[in-house]
Design a protein around this ligand. Structure first.
Ligand SMILES: [Fe+2]
Ligand SMILES: [Fe+2]
Length: 250
């Protein structure tokens, strides 16, 4: 089906309340973009915030942490295998996990959202969280170094005997650091940011985050990332949640 003649440029030229703009918006109801409160957003993003999925900005950030935490679980499991059966470790699955962490974690969640919107606004607001932001930025940088190292070390698909222990330590170090990183962000930094925002601004940011996600990953960035980590877990025999149920202490 051909898209109706509607574009961001056309709507941007019309004033809010302008009948021409209203006609453009009506014509574009099924097109790629619609206007919400003066802000142009992809139609699917507006649906998500207008009764569909309704994902708030902080929920969005926290569910992204969920994907990253699952990657860290994979890292920790592989670290154990590198010590017990290094020859059996699937380097390809590890590289795929590191690629997911780079694209979804470092390039999108950290660079496009936290470093662009969250951290500068927390810094401007001042107070205790400002010191945390400096540490979080240093941890983003350290994480990128570790991701480079993981990819370089596991690139061939097989882990050399001499690399097994240093790689296991790097994976555990990354998992330890980022578990704390995400937990501090969830409980201190995101709530501090949210307190500085008006209700309208929070809604606008939820739409903006959704828009950026679509720009960077296409239609279903988060869902695709969940599927991607699911496939990695499947390859490694880690897809069953029951695998993690702790043994009885008795
Ligand atoms: Fe972060
Ligand atoms: Fe984060």
């Amino acid at each position: 089906m051909a898209s109706p003649p509607f574009s961001q440029d056309m709507a941007a030229q019309a004033e809010p309340g302008d009948p021409a703009r209203r006609r453009l918006i009506a014509a574009g109801a099924s097109a790629a973009l619609i206007a919400t409160g003066g802000l142009l957003v992809p139609a699917h993003a507006a649906e998500a915030s207008a009764g569909g999925e309704d994902v708030s900005a902080t929920e969005d950030l926290m569910r992204e942490h969920g994907v990253l935490r699952r990657t860290l679980i994979v890292y920790a499991e592989i670290a154990g295998r590198l010590r017990s059966k290094p020859a059996e470790v699937d380097g390809g699955a590890l590289v795929e996990a590191a690629r997911l962490f780079r694209a979804f974690g470092e390039e999108y969640h950290e660079r496009s959202l936290e470093e662009r919107f969250i951290f500068p606004e927390v810094r401007r607001a001042g107070g205790g969280p400002v010191r945390l932001v400096e540490i979080l930025l240093a941890q983003h940088q350290r994480g990128r170094e570790i991701t480079d190292y993981i990819q370089a070390t596991a690139r061939s698909g097989r882990i050399g005997t001499g690399d097994a222990e240093p790689l296991a330590r790097a994976l555990e170090g990354m998992a330890r650091m980022y578990q704390a990183h995400a937990a501090w962000e969830d409980t201190l930094v995101f709530p501090a940011w949210k307190k500085t925002q008006s209700a309208d601004r929070l809604k606008e940011m939820a739409e903006r985050f959704e828009e950026l996600e679509h720009q960077q990953f296409g239609k279903d960035g988060f869902d695709d990332a969940v599927e991607r980590i699911g496939r990695i877990e499947q390859t490694l025999g880690l897809a069953d949640l029951a695998h993690y149920t702790a043994p009885s202490p008795r």
